[in-house]
Each structure stands twice: as structure tokens, then as C-alpha cells.
Design a protein around this ligand. Structure first.
Ligand code: SAH
Length: 395
């Protein structure tokens, strides 16, 4: 096995079992590993530190897998990692009202670069590292053994593969082509999911818990669901007796799927309006028209892809939330989210406080939202924490 030598003074994160080693922390590589090969990381004295995937194209040159020198990373090691992650989702999938969730969440499940989502009997995979790409056959085999899925679909078309110097990969890996819309259940609500063409791997199951928390406040209320996608919050609010829901999204496909999801659940006759528009523009329109709501939901895409984008993102979040506050009835609720990993909860609260000042409103935080149990945060990989939100009472 090829040795990679760490620069002196860069040991701390490795000793703390953080799974990333940046290229700048590497002193030298003894030999020429292929990208995706497992290498042995040693300190400047040549002493073993960890095993990890190597990739010379990526800023994260090593993704560490194992810190015990005696452990052999063979097929059974991989199978065990998959098994542990899948078993941890049992309680979510056995609640009888949910058959879709994230089964494997990359570094947070100690499998760097592998994301697996389950949609009823179908699986969707994203392979983001060259190391996992090499292990693909074993991983597919283990998933088949454990779950016997009707299909496994490769959605590794994400731009993050470029960072590892890998071409996109897309298409059926096992089983038959899934239907255009796979029907799933979440919180007892049915959705049609387009595994091949939907955003991310098809559905945002990270908002499952938060949808039902918001919906618990929606009985008899008027709700504005901004960045609705295929209607996660919209449908949960209707299920809990919302009087009327307006859903706004810029994607035609999202709106079309949302409408068919309403029908799928027998909500087709309820007071619903969908608007295909830019959310900021639409919020300004509501403000100009004097249209107010009891609950406003803001679940935008990632505004800050990195720390360097944080300042710009902060302004965008502030402006969006200010507008959201201005179209709420007094005492109304704002459910606002950020899925930017670079933004922490303290900063997000500060931004909401600034938005409230600008809007001339008083805001009370009455609930803090997080990512659910199928998107765990490893204690040694805080970067895995990305989804946060606040339920605000706006006076
Ligand atoms: N709330 C959704 C997930 C939102 S994902 C759910 O519960 O499933 C973000 C959504 O924002 C996507 O559907 C995307 O099409 C939409 N979007 C991105 N930028 C937008 C914009 N400027 N205006 C309106 N929608 C936008």
C-alpha cells in the first residue's frame, strides 16, 4: 500500500478523526496511487495515522476511512458499513406512514462520497468520490441483499463529481427502469417522485419532520409555501386542515408534480393556488397587493455554497425574510430555513433579527428546526450539519 506523508503540525484533525485531509496538508506521496486507491497516511516520522481514499484532483486529497492499523478494508468492511447505516433507518421506515428516506449519508455515515435514498421499493444513488466509484459493485450487491429493491438508479450527475475529476454517471444500475413517477408515502402523504429527472435525487426527505411540525400549526390557516418544489409543506398543511395554501416555485416540473400530488391525496378540490414565479418577485407582488397570510414558509435552495459566499448569502436571506415578514398577518408564523452548511444557527438567528428590524416587526423564535435522524451529523464531521430553520411568531 502506498504511503502518504502528512506535513508536520497537521496531525490534529486526523487524530480527532475528521475524515478530510486537504492537499495542502500533505508533505509527499511515496509512489503514484491511482485516484480512488486506498493509501496509508503516516505522520512526518512515518508512523501510521489512518487509511483513506486518495484523489489528486480534489482539494480534499484524502478521505479517511479507518484509524486502526490492524483493520483490513476489504469487501466485508464495506458491507458492514452499509449494513450499519441501513439498519439505523429501521425506526423511520417501520413507522407505517413513511417508506422513503436517506439510507446512507456519505461522511456522516462513515462512507465518504456515497449517498443512497430509498423511494418505496426503489433506490437512488449518488457516487461523489472516485474511491466509492471503485467499490460500486460491492455496494450495489450489499444493497440488493439487504433491501431487494425493484431498481437502483445512478444519479451521480452532480457537479461535485467534477471536483474529483470524474465524469457524470446516470442511469439504471440494477433491476428495471423505475416508472416515471414512483409513488411513495411520507408522513402518511403520497407523492409521485421522478427519480430520473427530479431535483437532487428526486425528493427532499430532509424536511420530513419539519413539514409535520409546521403543519401542526396550520389548521384553519392561510398558508404561503415558497420554494414549494413538489409540495412537501403544502400537502402536510392540507392534511392538517389548512384553509387555503398558495405554493410558489420557479420550476414548471415541480409545479406540475405538485398538482398531481394534490390529486393523488384527494386534495384536488381544496383551496389551492400554484404560482410559477421567482419567489422574491412574487413576495413583492403580494406586498404591493396587500395580500396577507397566516403562515409563510421559506425553504430556499442553498444560497451559500461555501464560506466565502456567506456575506452575499446573508444579504439574500435577510431580504427574503424581510419580505416574508411583511406579508404576514399580525401574530402569524414564519417558517424559515437555510440548507447552507456554511451558515450556522447563531448567524441565521442574527440574520432573522436584522430582517425583523428592517421590516419593523417583533419576532419570537418558537421552534428551532434541524435535519432529521436519517441525515445524522457525525461528531467528528460537523460539516455534515447543513439544514437549520426557525419557526418565528411575527408581531
Ligand atoms: N420545500 C421543498 C423543497 C425546496 S427545494 C420541499 O419541501 O420539498 C428549493 C426549490 O426552490 C426548488 O423546487 C427550486 O425549483 C425552487 N427555486 C429555486 N430558486 C427559486 C426562485 N428564485 N424562485 C422560486 N423558486 C425557486
Amino acid at each position: 500500500m502506498i504511503d502518504v506523508i502528512l506535513k508536520k503540525g497537521k496531525e490534529k484533525a486526523v487524530l480527532h478523526k475528521h475524515p478530510w485531509v486537504f492537499s495542502g496538508a500533505i508533505e509527499r506521496v511515496k509512489g503514484k496511487p491511482d485516484n480512488g486507491d486506498i493509501v496509508r497516511l503516516a505522520n512526518a516520522k512515518g508512523e501510521f495515522m489512518a487509511y483513506g481514499f486518495y484523489n489528486d484532483q480534489s482539494r480534499v486529497a484524502l478521505r479517511l476511512l479507518e484509524w486502526d492499523e490492524a483493520v483490513v478494508i476489504d469487501e466485508s468492511w464495506w458491507r458492514a458499513k452499509v449494513a450499519v447505516a441501513v439498519a439505523a433507518r429501521d425506526s423511520i421506515l417501520k413507522d407505517g406512514i413513511t417508506d422513503t428516506c436517506r439510507l446512507i449519508f456519505s461522511e456522516s455515515d462513515y462512507i465518504p462520497g456515497l449517498i443512497v435514498d430509498k423511494y418505496a421499493d426503489h433506490l437512488s444513488l449518488q457516487i461523489l468520490t472516485s474511491g466509492i466509484e471503485k467499490m460500486k459493485p460491492v455496494i450495489i450487491d450489499e444493497l440488493q441483499k439487504r433491501l431487494n429493491p425493484a431498481s437502483i438508479f445512478d444519479r451521480s450527475d452532480a457537479s461535485s463529481r467534477e471536483h474529483e475529476g470524474m465524469a457524470p454517471s446516470f442511469g439504471i444500475l440494477a433491476g428495471n427502469q423505475p416508472p416515471e413517477l414512483v409513488q411513495v408515502v411520507e408522513n402518511g402523504i403520497k407523492y409521485g417522485i421522478n427519480i430520473a429527472e427530479g431535483q437532487k435525487s428526486g425528493f427532499y426527505c430532509d424536511q420530513r419532520d419539519n413539514r409535520s411540525i409546521v403543519a401542526s400549526h396550520a389548521k384553519g390557516k392561510t398558508v404561503l409555501d415558497c420554494f414549494s418544489y413538489t409540495g412537501g409543506f403544502t400537502l402536510n398543511c392540507f392534511q392538517n386542515g389548512a384553509a387555503a395554501v398558495t405554493s410558489v416555485d420557479s420550476s414548471e416540473l415541480a409545479i406540475e408534480t405538485l398538482k398531481s400530488n394534490l390529486d393523488l391525496n384527494g386534495f384536488g378540490q381544496l383551496q389551492h393556488r400554484s404560482i410559477r414565479s421567482d419567489v422574491n418577485k412574487q413576495l413583492r407582488q403580494f406586498k404591493d397587493d396587500g395580500e396577507l397570510f397566516d403562515i409563510v414558509i421559506l425553504d430556499p435552495p442553498k444560497y451559500a455554497p461555501s464560506r466565502s459566499a456567506l456575506d452575499r448569502a446573508a444579504r439574500a436571506y435577510k431580504d427574503l425574510n424581510r419580505l416574508g415578514m411583511l406579508i404576514l398577518n399580525s401574530g402569524g408564523l414564519l417558517a424559515t430555513y437555510s440548507c447552507s452548511g456554511a451558515m450556522d444557527m447563531t448567524t441565521f438567528k442574527q440574520i432573522i433579527a436584522w430582517a425583523a428590524l428592517d421590516a419593523g416587526k417583533q419576532v419570537q423564535f418558537i421552534h428551532q428546526f434541524h435535519q432529521p435522524a436519517d441525515h445524522p451529523i457525525s461528531a467528528t464531521f460537523p460539516e455534515g450539519e447543513y439544514l437549520k430553520g426557525l419557526l418565528c411568531r411575527v408581531l
